[in-house]
Design a binder for this molecule. Structure first.
Ligand SMILES: [Zn+2]
Length: 316
């Protein structure tokens, strides 16, 4: 949990830097001075508070110059940003924004309580926005969320991932790695649209690469796993990473591919998948009359045997 919080904090920091660089440059502000003060403001006071509009109006109804009563008007509302204008009877006019701005972007639309909070917490954007609107909290539209997501959030996540991957691959340069790979699809069965393939360094459990494959790029959903593995291996080879062993499940296409095109790579099967295969066979057998009692005992013992023998072999 603490690791996740650290990751989110780093993403948020990168996001702020990236967003400020792009928007400030675009709007022609003196970047360094303004972004530094903005960063200080955000890190000194990162908490957000929700106010009732009437309470805020009562607070702003006193002139800061002459302490007389002001007329408070909402000039504009942009997402979660409210822009107030106060005018007192002596003619003192003040404009007040409910949150810091970076160029034309209200920061709460992007950061806490905004698009990044929705995306990084894993919430459905539609549900989150509907919830805010149902309790009458001013927020942005779904269209604005998509724009912020595409313009700032996803590029920042990609940038961070690329940086992290580059530093990981630099560390493993020149080593003979033992990696494990497996795929995950967006839905079970034969109807998956997307599949991701992940390759992990088994020594330190670091993810070296993840590739996303869409079913339209290959002939069917079963072929996504092999395509993902091919892309991962190609990228690792391009980056100069050397592998000695690879552990995968018993996917027939992968077995053939590794046997024919990566003869120098020692291919191992994941013991969990082997045990699962045998368990399924035993399960089918147990459905026959007189074999029910045998199944559980044999399956458990067999899995334990596979696990212990696999560990012993690895230690040797
Ligand atoms: Zn006044």
């Amino acid at each position: 949990m603490s690791k996740m919080r650290t990751i989110l904090l780093v993403i948020r920091t990168n996001l702020m830097m990236m967003m400020m660089t792009t928007t400030l440059k675009k709007n022609g502000f003196p970047c360094r001075r303004r972004s530094a003060s903005l960063m200080e403001t955000l890190f000194e006071c990162p908490s957000l508070l929700f106010f009732f509009k009437s309470c805020l109006q009562a607070l702003l109804a006193i002139c800061a110059v002459c302490s007389s009563t002001c007329l408070v008007a909402i000039n504009n509302i942009r997402g979660s940003l409210a822009m107030f204008k106060t005018t007192c009877r002596h003619g003192h006019i003040k404009e007040w924004y409910s949150q810091p701005m970076s160029g034309c972007m209200a920061l709460s639309n992007l950061l806490g309580g905004g698009a990044s909070a929705i995306l990084f917490s894993g919430c459905s954007s539609v549900k989150a926005i509907n919830m805010l609107k149902s309790v009458n909290i001013m927020t942005f539209s779904k269209r604005t969320f998509r724009h912020i997501q595409n313009a700032y959030l996803l590029p920042t996540v990609n940038l961070m991932r690329e940086r992290q991957q580059s530093s990981l691959l630099e560390v493993v340069q020149g080593k003979q790695l033992t990696v494990g790979g497996d795929a995950r699809c967006c839905s079970p069965g034969h109807t998956a649209k997307y599949g991701s393939y992940t390759v992990m360094n088994l020594k330190d459990s670091q993810i070296l690469d993840t590739q996303l494959v869409q079913v339209t790029e290959v002939k069917n959903s079963h072929a996504m796993e092999l395509e993902g593995l091919k892309r991962c291996l190609a990228l690792l080879q391009r980056k100069g990473v050397t592998m000695k062993n690879i552990v995968t499940d018993r996917h027939s296409q992968i077995k053939k591919f590794l046997r024919e095109t990566h003869k120098d790579l020692c291919h191992w099967f994941d013991v969990w998948h082997v045990a699962k295969g045998i368990k399924n066979q035993l399960l089918a057998l147990s459905k026959k009359a007189g074999c029910e009692a045998v199944f559980k005992k044999v399956a458990v013992h067999h899995q334990s045997h596979l696990l212990v023998s696999s560990i012993k072999q690895r230690e040797q």
